[in-house]
Design a protein around this ligand. Structure first.
Ligand code: NAI
Length: 255
């Protein structure tokens, strides 16, 4: 049986770890050629090796999404390798602990930490999107998924800049969907709940019990459970889906 993304080319940022890595493997399993991009070539290459070990095909690319020239080069490298760009998963992101701002109240966050989180999580997504759209316009269409969060739907205690960045990713997703529908480009977002990746280790150490008590399914999600939603949104089966925010959170925001 043909895969859901057979013959499509896909670019995934943050593909060296967690959700991005799981998505890269799921895209390849569904028949896509995958450009696995990450901050370091080494982590991107590790994901590519896993794709190839499972019989898939792709390339590994180093790209810092805060560097516009690097983002342009990443999209160009993908198009060079595969002849086009059908799907993009703009997933690279950082958490407050990575800028020493975990558990810091809204009024107390340092401006440098605030700017850094917005630069990676929000402007980084926009940089990727604009270069992807330029290519997709040239070829007549495509599908983009951005990683938001439950922090894009509700406030998260002590994670102000993070929640702001993810709420803004939803604003970006909806507006881009409207602006680029005429270009035959669909733009959607996925809103993961607490997922078992390196990003959540620190939060789980600090407040694991409190977090799980708030999740109706009483467990962390697995990265592959996010990847399945992203594969579907990028596939032709989602042909009328654009501007949507798909929550995959074990019921967290249903409470
Ligand atoms: P992770 O820490 O395992 O992976 C993040 C990846 O992004 C890493 O490979 C890292 O190298 C890359 N990255 C970080 N800064 C970058 C930059 N400037 N340029 C390029 N790549 C960069 O985290 P995880 O959990 O896989 O997170 C992926 C996305 O999912 C993030 O946007 C995160 O905010 C979001 N998310 C994660 C949740 C979770 O519970 N793990 C919940 C909701 C959203």
């Amino acid at each position: 049986m043909a895969g859901m993304l057979e013959g499509k080319s896909a670019l995934i940022t943050g593909a060296g770890s967690g959700i991005g890595r799981a998505a890269a493997l799921a895209f390849a399993r569904e028949g896509a050629w995958v450009a696995a991009a990450d901050l370091t070539l080494e982590t991107a290459q590790r994901t590519l090796a896993a794709i190839e070990a499972a019989g898939g095909q792709g390339v590994a690319i180093a790209c810092d999404v805060t560097d516009d020239a690097a983002v342009a080069a990443m999209v160009a490298a993908t198009v060079n390798a595969f002849g086009g760009l059908d799907c993009a998963f703009n997933n690279a992101g950082i958490a407050p602990y990575q800028v020493n701002a975990i558990g810091v109240a809204t009024a107390d966050i340092e401006e440098a930490a605030w700017q850094r989180i917005l630069d990676v999580n929000l402007t980084g997504v926009w940089r990727c999107l604009r270069h992807e759209v330029a290519q997709m316009r040239r070829q007549g269409g495509g599908a983009i998924v951005n990683t938001a969060s439950i922090g894009g739907l509700v406030g998260l205690r002590g994670s102000s800049a993070y929640a702001v960045s993810k709420h803004a990713v939803l604003g970006l997703t909806k507006t881009a969907a409207i602006d680029h529908a005429a270009d035959n480009i669909r733009v959607n977002a996925v809103c993961p709940g607490y997922i078992e990746t390196p990003m959540t280790e620190e939060s789980m150490r600090r407040a694991g019990e409190r977090i799980l008590a708030r999740v109706p399914m009483a467990r962390l999600g697995q990265p592959g459970e996010i990847a399945e939603a992203v594969v579907w949104m990028c596939s032709d089966r989602a042909s009328f889906v654009t501007g949507a925010a798909w929550t995959v959170d074990g019921g967290y925001t249903a409470v």
